[in-house]
Design a binder for this molecule. Sequence first.
Ligand SMILES: Nc1ncnc2c1ncn2[C@@H]1O[C@H](COP(=O)(O)OP(=O)(O)O)[C@@H](O)[C@H]1O
Ligand SMILES: Cc1cn([C@H]2C[C@H](O)[C@@H](COP(=O)(O)O)O2)c(=O)[nH]c1=O
Ligand SMILES: [Zn+2]
Length: 195
Amino acid sequence: MFIEPNHNTKHSQPRIGWVEVVCGSMFSGKTEELIRRLNRAKIARQKVEIFKPAIDKRYHDLDIVSHNENSIRSTPVNTSEEILLFAGDCDVVGIDEAQFLDNNLVEVCNKLAGSGKRVIVAGLDMDFAGKPFGPMPLLMSIAEYVTKVHAVCVVCGEVAQYSYRKVTSQDKILLGETDSYEARCRRCYTMGELA
Ligand SMILES: Nc1ncnc2c1ncn2[C@@H]1O[C@H](COP(=O)(O)OP(=O)(O)O)[C@@H](O)[C@H]1O
Ligand SMILES: Cc1cn([C@H]2C[C@H](O)[C@@H](COP(=O)(O)O)O2)c(=O)[nH]c1=O
Ligand SMILES: [Zn+2]
């Protein structure tokens, strides 16, 4: 389990920020882990601001909702730059579904961390084709901490790192749930419809 780092022990020094990335396939527990970290920050009386891309309206316009129905209130944004405008004087910034945001998110996260904030970003590392998704690979390279979480392969029960698309669309962005996707291990993902 990820234990929050204690970077700010010398109170005479300006606060040090950092970037944490939580990545993995669909159903791997990214949103649950993001909500867990943000709730702990709230319990510690830190000021938390949470963002998600406005296009992700699967469950709710404002809430970030996990597959097992945990939720937390967020601000929808159309561009990563808006996060800089809305983050204000908070201590912790949470961002879900970061794969849908633009590559400028890297600069935004670096600026937020540079101003002393803890930044926690969750998102899909790979799309349905197994290709790196949006700004996620770039964020993983600049982050201080990267946590890769795994789902369970729905075909064989092994550790799953792929989001297998069950429908024929080749569009990179196709919002959906178990209707359109399932978590699969390397072998069952590669076997496709034959698995
Ligand atoms: N194949 C699966 N493997 C693991 N968890 C699954 C699977 N299918 C459904 N779940 C549920 O999804 C939850 C994780 O949801 P969530 O945090 O929203 O994942 P993510 O944000 O990575 O898509 C698990 O706790 C479990 O209840
Ligand atoms: C693989 C893949 C996924 N999507 C969409 C499907 C869902 O709406 C989100 C991922 O949500 P989760 O919280 O990680 O379960 O992304 C997509 O648009 N394109 C893809 O290739
Ligand atoms: Zn499998």
